[in-house]
Design a protein around this ligand. Structure first.
Ligand SMILES: Cc1cc2nc3c(=O)[nH]c(=O)nc-3n(C[C@H](O)[C@H](O)[C@H](O)COP(=O)(O)OP(=O)(O)OC[C@H]3O[C@@H](n4cnc5c(N)ncnc54)[C@H](O)[C@@H]3O)c2cc1C
Length: 272
């Protein structure tokens, strides 16, 4: 009998893990609390943009992020909480806002992203159907300074095989996107970046998983785990208990709460 894996969380990460595990011959059960339509994986902007691989913590973000926390319409909003886990997370986040960690993070993500587009093609070749657009991503600027700053920042991802396009002037940018105003002074078009309709990606994974024999339990909340000899052996939901030789927890922003009873601390905070 094949090994049985339970994946906790039916967002795009859980589903992609489930599909990879199914392809490697395992029996897979995915458990998702739902409602699925509200999960980040269903409602995101759908950009698949491996070239944009900078981590959020970056030099200078300590004071900016602290200020942003006071305003919920900030570009990056993290709702502050007064508890130990949030303080611990925030200190770690701020400690990484330096040039060395920023470049190490970019290098790690760039290496991880190098095969992203190829792997999306591979999903399609293996029967995951989803709506995808290969229109590229146009960056348009109304300020020269910001444009040159961002353009310089992305240059070094060339090291990882990414192609960086030439700068465009305002007219060339408008020729690509006639909706841009006369205020636009220029930009660049990352032509290999793609976008998907995120809800179709989730549905595509689910359909393909079911076709391959996976079980997907919607509307069940994982509330704990059974363990023997220091190993997790089952997953307990509000409706049933599932035996598992392996468990993947991919529950997005809820992951830390789910893992807390096992003494596993994962530094994830919800943000906007
Ligand atoms: C507005 C917005 C725009 C974005 N745009 C982009 C973009 O353009 N490109 C990009 O790459 N990323 C984008 N993102 C980020 C992207 O959506 C997330 O990184 C990704 O969806 C995370 O997937 P996930 O599977 O980890 O989490 P989620 O999608 O949050 O899925 C987690 C799942 O776990 C389930 N769950 C939680 N607790 C339990 C429990 N106890 N038991 C069982 N199930 C549970 C939830 O129901 C949920 O379905 C965007 C995000 C947002 C919010």
């Amino acid at each position: 009998m094949a090994d049985s894996v339970v994946v906790v969380g039916g967002g795009v990460i859980g589903l992609a893990c489930a599909f990879a595990l199914q392809r490697s011959g395992m029996d897979v059960t995915v458990i998702d609390a739902g409602p699925r339509e509200l999960a980040a994986s269903h409602v995101n902007a759908g950009w698949v943009c491996p070239t944009l691989c900078e981590p959020v913590p970056s030099p200078g973000l300590v004071t900016t992020s602290a200020r942003w926390m006071l305003k919920s319409d900030s570009p990056l909003y993290i709702k502050p909480r007064f508890d130990r886990s949030f303080s611990r997370w925030l200190i770690e986040f701020w400690k990484h806002c330096n040039a060395r960690d920023y470049h190490a993070g970019t290098a790690a993500t760039a290496a991880l992203s190098a095969r992203t587009l190829e792997l999306y093609d591979d999903l399609r070749e293996h029967g995951v159907q989803f709506e995808e657009h290969e229109d590229g991503l146009l960056f348009a600027y109304v300020g020269e300074e910001a444009m040159h700053h961002d353009y310089d920042e992305i240059q070094w991802v060339k090291e990882y095989g990414f192609e960086i396009p030439n700068l465009l002037d305002g007219d060339a940018a408008r020729a690509l996107e006639p909706g841009l105003s006369d205020e636009v002074v220029g930009g660049y078009w990352m032509r290999h970046e793609r976008s998907v309709r995120p809800d179709t990606l989730v549905t595509g994974f689910r359909d393909r998983l079911r076709e391959g024999g996976a079980v997907i339990r919607d509307g069940e909340r994982v509330i704990g785990f059974g363990a023997r000899d220091g190993r997790v052996t089952s997953v307990v939901t509000d409706a049933a208990t599932y035996a598992a030789s392996t468990v993947v927890v991919a529950a997005g922003a809820w992951t830390p709460q789910i893992l807390e009873p096992l003494g596993v601390h994962v530094p994830i905070e919800a943000g906007k």
